[in-house]
Design a protein around this ligand. Structure first.
Ligand SMILES: Cc1cc2nc3c(=O)[nH]c(=O)nc-3n(C[C@H](O)[C@H](O)[C@H](O)COP(=O)(O)O)c2cc1C
Length: 221
C-alpha cells in the first residue's frame, strides 16, 4: 500500500470484528511509528497498548459508569475552545449530520446520538486499543508532535490491513482507564484509539473535507 492509499483509506472506523490483532503486528507498527518527527526529537508520546483481559476490564468499567449515569471526569485539557467560531462550528455540525445521518438518526434526536456515541466505551468492538498520554508539562508544540505520532500509527495500521478510530472520548473516562493502567501522575490522557479489523457490515458515511482553497493558500512567484 502506498502512502496516498494509506492516507485516503484511513478513516475513523466505528465497527470492528473480534478477530485478534497479533502482538507482532502491533510491535511492528509501533516500532516504525517511533520514527515520527518531534521538535528536538523529544518524542513526547506515551502509548499503552491493551488487548485481552485488561482491555475487557477497561470496557467493562466504562460500561458500568455509563449504565450508572456517572458524570464524566473533570477535563485535564480543553477539547475545543468554549465558543467554536465560524467555520469550525459549521464543520462540526456537518460532521454530526454525516455521522448520525448514516445511522438514520435525525438531527434533534440527542438521545439516539448519545446511544450511538456510547459505543466509544466498547471501542466499537475492537479487540485492541492504544491509550496515548502526554506529560502535563508539555506545550502546544509537543501536543502537535503527539498528533503526528498518532497519525503515523494510524497510517501504518492501514499498511497492515487494520483500521482505527482515535477517541478523545476516553479523556472523559480517564479515571477508569487509569484504574487499569496506573499511569504516573505527571501524565494526561490525550486520547484512546480503537484498533482492529473493520466490520464491513457497519454502515458509515465518508466524512467530507473543506475545499483546498479554504485551508491552503499558495503563494507563488
Ligand atoms: C484527536 C481526535 C479525537 C477523536 N475523538 C473521537 C471520539 O472520541 N469518538 C469518535 O467516534 N471519533 C473521534 N474522532 C474521529 C473524528 O470524528 C474523525 O477523524 C473526523 O470526523 C474525520 O473523519 P475520518 O477520520 O473518518 O476521516 C477523533 C479524531 C481525532 C483526530
Amino acid at each position: 500500500m502506498d502512502v496516498y492509499e494509506a492516507v485516503t483509506s484511513r478513516r475513523a472506523v466505528r465497527g470492528f470484528t473480534d478477530r485478534p490483532v497479533p502482538r507482532e503486528v502491533l510491535e511492528r507498527v509501533l516500532s516504525a511509528a517511533a520514527w515520527s518527527p518531534s521538535a528536538s526529537n523529544i518524542q513526547p508520546w506515551h502509548a499503552y497498548v491493551l488487548t485481552g483481559a485488561p482491555l475487557a476490564e477497561v470496557k467493562k468499567l466504562a460500561g458500568e459508569r455509563l449504565a450508572a449515569g456517572d458524570p464524566w471526569d473533570e477535563p485535564e485539557y480543553e477539547q475545543y475552545p468554549p465558543a467554536l467560531k465560524f467555520p469550525y462550528c459549521e464543520r462540526r455540525s456537518a460532521f454530526g449530520e454525516q455521522r448520525y445521518g448514516a445511522l438514520g438518526i435525525p438531527r434533534g434526536d440527542i438521545e439516539a446520538r448519545q446511544r450511538a456515541s456510547s459505543a466509544n466505551w466498547d471501542c466499537f468492538g475492537a479487540p485492541a486499543a492504544l491509550f496515548c498520554y502526554i506529560d502535563r508539562d508539555m506545550g502546544p508544540a509537543q501536543w502537535a508532535d503527539v498528533g503526528m505520532y498518532l497519525q503515523t500509527v494510524m497510517l501504518l495500521l492501514r499498511a497492515e490491513g487494520l483500521h482505527s478510530c482515535p477517541q478523545m472520548a476516553w479523556a472523559k473516562y480517564r479515571k477508569t482507564v487509569a484504574e487499569v493502567l496506573s499511569p504516573p501522575d505527571e501524565l494526561i490522557l490525550f486520547c484512546g484509539m480503537s484498533i482492529g479489523f473493520e466490520d464491513v457490515t457497519v454502515d458509515y458515511s465518508r466524512t467530507a473535507r473543506a475545499p483546498l482553497e479554504e485551508t491552503v493558500t499558495f503563494v507563488e512567484g
